[in-house]
Design a protein around this ligand. Structure first.
Ligand code: ZN
Length: 161
């Protein structure tokens, strides 16, 4: 078993968005079609297939407001997709060929470090970040746009979702 847990976008966020057709900031989500397998659905944490319909909306992946607590555009499937589990215990193999980065944060949402994943070997970067006691959690983000994909925590810090 790995020493970390990956948290997809909570169901309450995706379900709430589809119910109200408004994001946390009052924007109406945009309906689009995926053109490639380049991006990941934040809810089911699977890569989009070309032609799949998805909703684009704004999301702030932090629990509090703060100087590093940026909000940005994310996508989810328009259909009611589900992740393999509400907490993933391993890094998905189908992510390994995508250009992704990992960004480490303190408990107060301060940025500690940011590294591109080389050759799909996310575990090496995650283990190195979590070896630093200053690091509380990590974001998986797009390596080119910086867009948020998922939150990663140490396996010994299971939180309720
Ligand atoms: Zn999905």
């Amino acid at each position: 078993m790995s020493g970390f847990l990956i948290y997809p976008l909570p169901n309450e966020i995706s379900a709430g968005l589809k119910r109200t057709m408004r994001d946390q900031f009052g924007n109406e989500p945009k309906l689009e079609q995926a053109q490639s397998r380049r991006s990941i659905c934040r809810r089911c944490l699977r890569r989009f297939n070309p032609g799949e319909r998805r909703l684009l909306f704004k999301y702030r992946p932090f629990q509090r407001e703060g100087v590093f607590a940026e909000a940005g555009p994310i996508y989810i499937h328009e259909s009611d997709c589900r992740p393999a589990a509400e907490i993933l215990t391993g890094y998905p193999s189908e992510f390994r060929e995508l250009p992704l980065l990992l960004r480490a944060y303190t408990q107060d949402d301060g940025q500690v470090d940011s590294k591109l994943i080389k050759d799909g070997d996310a575990e090496t970067v995650i283990d190195a970040f979590f070896a630093n006691p200053e690091v509380d959690y990590i974001h998986l983000r797009d390596g080119e746009s910086g867009c948020y994909y998922a939150r990663i925590e140490r396996a010994d810090e299971i939180r309720s979702v």
